[in-house]
Design a protein around this ligand. Structure first.
Ligand SMILES: Cc1cc2nc3c(=O)[nH]c(=O)nc-3n(C[C@H](O)[C@H](O)[C@H](O)COP(=O)(O)OP(=O)(O)OC[C@H]3O[C@@H](n4cnc5c(N)ncnc54)[C@H](O)[C@@H]3O)c2cc1C
Length: 380
């Protein structure tokens, strides 16, 4: 028991922690070589009730509050390859929050329930070859035809894309300028016209499945629109707040683990007749990082309190996402430096952490986009 957590939170922490230790970390080296098997992993997580912690019990969720969600994400920070928390985060915080908040009873029963049970793997399809940061520039088109929409276009860099059973897809449904020309769809991947055109090769997040998707006259029932037609952009901007929040607890826990692993190494590594840790310059660097980690953690706890009060967290989540991206790369880069040549070897974990850490300042809204949101809210 602590200031924030009672024995129920501790029980969830134990469950997730044990799952990470037994069902994830022993396999990560193998998954880094050949991609994480998502149906198998999510099936096990669904059986433990881990994929719908805050979601309605009516659809198989746990109906718990955001402190439990925080505990879940903190424990995922202990996974020894960031691609796995990212795959899980897509399922729980990126592709399903909009269905949970705006989806019809039909969509919740047909898609949210199996996503929560881990029987369906999900992906979020926003980015396109011609539109990343500028989401409103996307060109994938959904045209109403009777009781369905016909979708044409493509999506790039889609996490879980090769294995997904459905994609939560943002597409253009009108040509008006402004933000009311888009709709968010649930697109099952077994429909004719859905094509995984490429599995992409990446610098880091090697275990993660990243795809280019192609939609060729794909016909999806009109009932698969999430919320109102034309409101998809606005709904996706809200969904992004969940996506970005996921990164915060995972990052500060992972950064702290990275530091602890590095301290263990520099305690025993001798140079100039004494352990490296005896050098004040290195200890001070570590002290700076743990200070920033604590700031990110406290900002995250503040966001949880705001979320529980139902407040708009866009400002704080954008700040947290910006800080998390910068901090994770700084810590991984700096720790790799302390490992010296050994840090540069693929056999050392820090080289993987360094590669993985580069993504956070790019994906889910790049640093520059976070700064733009913060500046706008601040009135600059
Ligand atoms: C491994 C990986 C997984 C991903 N998973 C998904 C996913 O599951 N679903 C999905 O939809 N997308 C996904 N993405 C896409 C990701 O969200 C985009 O890459 C990101 O939003 C940036 O878009 P972009 O790559 O098109 O860069 P661009 O928009 O081309 O930007 C290039 C650079 O210019 C900067 N920039 C852009 N505009 C401005 C400006 N106005 N002022 C200053 N600088 C600017 C950007 O910040 C960036 O640094 C993934 C990406 C990667 C690499």
């Amino acid at each position: 028991m602590t200031m924030y957590f009672n024995e129920d939170h501790d029980a969830l922490r134990d469950t997730v922690g044990r799952f990470v230790d037994r069902e994830i970390n022993p396999h990560v080296d193998e998954w880094e070589e050949k991609t994480v098997p998502l149906h198998e992993l999510f099936g096990k997580m669904g059986d433990l009730g881990l994929l719908g912690i805050t979601y309605d019990e009516k659809y198989g969720g746990q109906g718990l509050d955001y402190w439990f969600d925080l505990v879940f994400l903190e424990e995922l920070g202990h996974v020894k390859a960031d691609g796995i928390p990212m795959a899980i985060g897509v399922q729980t915080h990126m592709a399903t929050p909009a269905i949970n908040a705006y989806g019809s009873a039909y969509l919740k029963e047909t898609y949210l329930r199996p996503a929560i049970s881990g029987r369906m793997v999900t992906a979020i399809g926003v980015t396109e070859p011609g539109a990343g940061s500028d989401v409103a520039g996307l060109k994938t088109r959904a045209v109403r035809d009777g009781d369905s929409y016909v979708i044409n276009g493509s999506k790039l860099f889609i996490t879980n894309g090769c294995q997904a059973d459905f994609v939560t897809l943002l597409a253009r449904t009108a040509d008006k300028s402004g933000f009311h020309s888009f709709s968010l769809f649930v697109v099952p991947t077994d429909l004719p016209g859905f094509v995984v055109s490429r599995k992409l090769d990446k610098l880091g997040m090697r275990c993660s499945d990243t795809a280019e998707l192609f939609f060729d006259d794909l016909r999806v029932p009109a009932e698969n629109v999430i919320g109102e037609e034309g409101e998809g952009f606005v709904i996706q901007m809200k969904q992004f707040q969940h996506e970005r929040f996921y990164a915060l607890p995972v990052t500060y826990v992972k950064a702290r683990d990275t530091i602890d692993m590095t301290v263990e190494y520099i305690r025993q590594r001798m140079a100039f007749g004494r352990p490296l840790i005896k050098n004040q310059v290195l200890r001070h660097r570590l002290a700076d990082w743990v200070t920033e980690i604590e700031c990110l953690k406290q900002l995250t706890y503040h966001i949880v309190r705001m979320k529980i009060e139902g407040l708009d967290v866009t400002r704080e989540v954008s700040m947290g996402k910006l800080l998390a991206g910068q901090l994770s790369f700084k810590v991984c880069n700096g720790c790799l430096q302390m490992f010296g040549g050994m840090g540069y070897m693929n056999e050392s974990l820090i080289s993987r952490y360094f590669r993985d850490s580069r993504l956070l300042s790019i994906g889910g809204g790049a640093d520059e986009i976070m700064r733009g949101i913060i500046a706008k809210i601040e009135g600059f």
